[in-house]
Write a protein that binds this ligand. Structure first.
Ligand code: UGA
Length: 441
């Protein structure tokens, strides 16, 4: 099928390469001309495992192309995806201006009946508004609106798109459902379920999924605070909870909390949406509050251990909001860095992929190219992102290079027993600390 994709951010670009990989003829566009030039040369503007390969394959096969304008992208397309950003306004509400503008422009330039798919996460009711706009712009053309929210995770975006747990399609007409069935046939052929529902339900389900996942993380973090007071181990608590299939172990990792471009923004937008609908769901605010508390609690641990933070060298291991990405949007590591900097600490950071983005976001942060270099003369290390490479750090070397062997583990990456053996003072999250005076049993 001929597909157009408006917006080549994380969602849009992954949609482009994945649909081209499935055999469709895809054209992508973006308002950022430099990005389009970069993509045409086969370079991805961000790091995502597997993306570069699929991008070059798509370009080489001729199935994938990037064009400078919406007009050239939607020409002859049967299906057009809107994947533009929905950044938060000051009050947390999603800013849908880019969506509206994209829809108007695509309508003006559409050359035939078009299935218009909203892929960006949007508040319930956006589809209905888009439908009205499309009709207003082009009363002469047939448009069918579809909500097809993505469930991809950064760092695993290609895998999540090509092997999803489910595909969600909310639509209003048989033509729209037919088009989406044809589009995803290469996946449904492999028994991947395609769930069909109405527009509103699909839009709301996406909010519900992200809110529920964030709820699990915040629940684990709330348990971590209680475990620390009680002397219990939140990692074991999560294992025990997770052994019940009604609960499940996933997303119960306590730590610095969630960041990224989705959960913080989506939770705030969902809260505003509920208010606008005249509803009341204080649970959403509580999830966000517990998430902020996770960063504050980690900062307090550092302060408690170092006493005065002025002139102390604190090293953050991991700056990305999660492993396998260079994305630092709403990264808990940067929120922590700001708290420590405000109290006078000298904050250094190391990240395998996100150092440059972190530096661009927070100039006061000193970024290092190597974890051992960062740790040299450090008073404290804080693990902020659970990159695999941190698990295999040489703990003996790390300890020898530090001024004081103190580690605050915001992601429970290290084994407390190994930390004890190597002589660290070690504060994990929601687990008993290992100190020269008090040792976990
Ligand atoms: C999230 C959802 O997982 C995707 O299903 C969804 O499609 C996406 O948002 C979206 O709406 O676009 P993503 O933000 O890429 O994906 O990353 P996650 O893997 O969900 O992690 C989010 C944050 O939660 C990270 O900061 C991670 O470190 C944190 N997290 C995750 C925890 O603190 N504990 C956990 O147990 C799991």
């Amino acid at each position: 099928m001929k597909v157009g994709v408006i917006g080549t951010g994380h969602v849009g670009l992954v949609t482009c390469v994945a649909l081209a990989h499935l055999g469709h003829r895809v054209a992508g566009t973006d308002s950022d001309g430099e990005k389009i030039a970069l993509l045409r040369r086969g370079s991805s503007p961000f790091y995502e495992p597997g993306l570069d390969d699929l991008l070059s394959q798509g370009l080489a096969s001729g199935g994938l192309d990037f064009r400078p304008s919406i007009a050239e992208t939607v020409q002859g397309a049967t299906v057009v995806f809107i994947c533009v950003g929905t950044p938060p306004r000051a009050d947390g509400e999603a800013n849908l201006l880019a969506i509206e503008r994209s829809a108007r422009e695509l309508a003006r330039h559409a050359t035939g009946p078009t299935v218009v798919v909203e892929k960006s996460t949007v508040p319930v009711g956006t589809g209905v508004r888009l439908r009205a706009i499309l009709r207003q712009e082009r009363p002469d053309l047939e448009f069918a609106l579809v909500s097809n929210p993505e469930f991809l995770r950064e760092g695993r975006a290609i895998q999540d798109t090509l092997e999803p747990d489910r595909i969600l399609v909310g639509a209003e007409t048989t033509e729209a459902f037919d088009a989406m069935r044809r589009l995803y046939e290469p996946l449904t052929r492999r028994a991947i379920p395609l769930i069909e529902t109405d527009l509103m339900t699909a839009e709301l389900a996406k909010h519900a999924c992200n809110a529920y996942l964030a709820l699990k993380i915040s629940f684990a973090n709330a348990m971590a605070r209680i475990c620390e007071r009680a002397g219990a181990d939140v990692v074991r608590v999560a294992e025990i909870m997770g052994a019940d299939p009604r609960i499940g172990r996933a997303f119960l990792d306590a730590g610095l909390g969630y960041g990224g471009s989705c959960f913080p923004k989506d939770l705030a937008a969902f809260e505003r949406l509920v208010e606008r609908l005249g509803g009341d769901l204080p649970l959403l605010g509580e999830i966000a509050r517990i998430n902020e508390e996770a960063v504050q609690a980690t900062a307090e641990k550092v302060k408690e251990a170092l006493w005065n933070l002025e002139d102390k060298r604190v090293v953050l291991l991991g700056l990305a909001f999660k492993p396998d990405t260079d994305d630092v949007r709403f990264a808990p590591a940067l929120a922590l860095a700001r708290l420590l900097l405000a109290q006078g600490a000298h904050v250094l950071g190391y990240d395998p992929k996100a150092a440059a983005n972190a530096k661009a976001e927070l100039a006061e942060l000193e970024v290092c190219l190597d974890p051992y270099e960062a740790a040299t003369g450090a008073d404290c290390i804080v693990v902020c992102t659970e990159w695999d490479e941190f698990r295999s750090l040489d703990l003996g070397r790390l300890k020898d290079t530090m001024a004081h062997p103190l580690v605050v583990d915001g992601r429970n990456v290290f084994d407390p027993e190994a930390m004890r053996r190597h002589g660290f003072t070690y504060y994990p999250t929601g687990r008993p600390p290992v100190t020269p005076h008090r040792t976990a049993t």
